[in-house]
Design a protein around this ligand. Structure first.
Ligand code: HEC
Length: 138
């Protein structure tokens, strides 16, 4: 190959890599997060209801105030792998024999299960900070 051909090959290779990177960014944007968060402490009203449900049910008794595990497993870790469906199933039906109670008798949990997931997903992603939250100021 002469110099010209080598240069053309290098340019072509760069263009291919750039195209792949753009596609990857597009794909990442397409998988939307279920929560909105500003500064780690302000969230949308649905996610705030998820946090309130977490507090109301005192899930922290077993999973820790920062969701990093106590007698129950770390949900920060769990939600990196647990699907949303499995999350809902586990929280609503429980795993009685393993010490995880069922919450399908709680109207607050049933009504807010998607938001509870959104809150814990945000914690797991590291986007939402532990502790008190407030609604995103308008
Ligand atoms: C009495 C203690 C206790 C309370 C209260 C409790 N959990 Fe659990 N939870 C556990 C235990 C123990 C496990 C592990 C079960 C197992 O080994 O499969 C678990 C498992 C889970 C899992 C599955 C984790 C995984 O990796 O598979 C999720 C999700 C979960 N809990 C969410 C919650 C939420 C949300 C609440 C509050 C609404 C809550 N838990 C309240 C004890 C508790």
């Amino acid at each position: 190959m002469n110099t010209r051909a080598i240069q053309a090959t290098i340019v072509a290779a760069f263009l291919i890599v750039a195209a792949f990177l753009l596609a990857a960014v597009g794909a990442a944007e397409a998988t939307e997060t279920p929560y909105k968060v500003v500064d780690g402490k302000q969230v949308d009203s649905n996610t705030l209801n998820g946090w309130r449900t977490w507090r109301g049910m005192a899930c922290e008794r077993c999973h820790g105030a920062q969701q990093e595990g106590l007698v129950g497993p770390s949900l920060v870790n769990s939600l990196k792998v647990l699907s949303k469906d499995d999350f809902k199933k586990t929280v609503l039906n429980g795993r009685m024999e393993k010490g995880m109670p069922n919450f399908d008798g709680s109207k607050q949990v049933v009504d807010n299960i998607d938001y509870l997931y959104a809150y814990l997903k945000g914690r797991s992603d590291g986007a939402i900070k532990p502790g008190r939250l407030e609604e995103i100021s308008k």
